[in-house]
Design a protein around this ligand. Structure first.
Ligand SMILES: [Zn+2]
Length: 383
């Protein structure tokens, strides 16, 4: 076999020929449910994926975990240079048993199923892009595939591994879903974090001893109004008290109340200021105590020069494939946030075109699948 550069059109042809095989693999992937908190399910899917990557000549390593599924790494040799990292996750937000009400099905040019868009299709695309390159005898850098298993719950165990592996790589291509019906790539993502505000007051009988009580609910309400003021839409900062609980009965002055707050920032430089604001919160009622915990857990993925370079390259390849491609920023985080924060050129949203991530209509557009897979193959080849 001679090593050469494969034409975009021939990579596209090859991906189109593989469409039935790709759909079959996707069905098998979706039918193994893999919620983040179900180690057995995630590990079962990991085994299927390992076999697929090995069949392509990849060297597979599992990184064993106690609570979450084992993370999967697959390495493919290449011509020279540092590897390209293909990054993703194979856990989903869907609880075990979702398949009963949301079975894998193909209808109206779409394939449906839990986790298909976010992001089992992205993993199938990795496999078939590599397959297209191999069968064309195309030369490329070494490729490292890294799939973690707790991305949907904050990548607690995935993060250190993602960072360690990414540091050895040239660039990072993230196969998370693309954005919107046009399938925009993601060149910026907000940083994400959360805080818990916990107030302890003093309980008393609301009728007999009202004045002896210190209401944790009233105090927490004041604190919630305070943190809501931290939102600054012009700077891309949002603070959302999303969960609130407290009290026991209407005739008791509430002794305890707590709230969980989601925070998003567009620029890393804003992290410190927001942290300081949360740290500076003090109880307004001196009879109450306030405990503030939490912080940023994903730094923002900023639109760096390296990321823009990758996007422009993707746009050129897309044009050669007859595809108009644009970019977008999103408030949602991914493991791409970690690699970008390390200074690595990171291009995200290279996965499926579709809709309904984390929603009952989760589905992918089938006609876009071979095109986007060929686009990924072109990118790997040209980097
Ligand atoms: Zn995802």
């Amino acid at each position: 076999m001679t090593f050469a550069t494969a034409k975009p059109s021939s990579l596209l042809d090859s991906c189109r020929q593989q469409e039935p095989a790709m759909l079959d693999l996707l069905r098998r992937m979706v039918e193994i449910e893999s919620p983040s908190d179900d180690k057995a399910g995630v590990d079962q899917l990991g085994k299927l994926l390992a076999a697929e990557f090995e069949r392509l000549g990849g060297k597979v390593t599992f990184h064993p975990q106690l609570a979450s599924g084992n993370h999967l790494q697959a390495e493919f040799p290449g011509s020279a240079g540092k590897p390209i990292l293909l990054l993703g996750h194979f856990d989903t937000v869907w609880p075990q048993g979702t398949l009963k009400s949301m079975p894998f099905r193909v209808e109206g040019g779409r394939a449906f199923g839990p986790g298909i868009y976010d992001m089992k299709a992205g993993i199938a695309m990795m496999l078939f892009a590599l397959r297209a390159l191999h069968s064309a005898g195309a030369s490329h850098r070494p490729v490292t595939v890294l799939l973690d298993t707790d991305e949907e719950v904050g990548s607690t165990t995935g993060r250190p591994l993602v960072e360690a592996v990414a540091k050895e790589c040239e660039a990072v291509l993230v196969l998370e879903p693309s954005q919107g019906p046009q399938g925009y790539l993601k060149t910026a993502r907000k940083g994400v974090g959360d805080y818990t505000l916990r107030v302890r007051g003093r309980a008393s009988h609301a009728g007999v001893d009202f004045e002896k009580g210190h209401s944790a609910i009233v105090e927490l309400s004041r604190q919630v109004l305070e943190v809501a003021k931290f939102t600054d839409l012009a700077r891309g900062i949002t603070v959302n008290p999303g969960v609130i609980q407290g009290g026991t009965r209407t005739n008791v002055v509430a002794a305890e109340a707590w709230a969980e707050v989601d925070i998003r920032i567009a620029r890393a430089a804003d992290a410190r200021e927001l942290e300081q604001k949360f740290a500076a919160l003090r109880p307004i009622d001196p009879g109450c105590s306030l405990e503030v915990s939490g912080g940023l857990n994903r730094p923002p993925m900023e639109r760096t020069e390296g990321t823009v370079r990758l996007f422009c390259l993707a746009q050129e390849h897309a044009a050669a494939l007859g595809l108009a491609l644009d970019e977008a920023s999103t408030g949602g985080g991914s493991d791409g946030n970690f690699t970008s924060a390390l200074g690595l050129p990171t291009l995200d949203g290279l996965g499926a075109v579709g809709e309904g991530a984390h929603a009952a209509n989760e589905s992918i557009v089938l006609s876009a699948l071979p095109q986007r897979t060929a686009l990924l193959a072109c990118l790997i080849q040209s980097l």
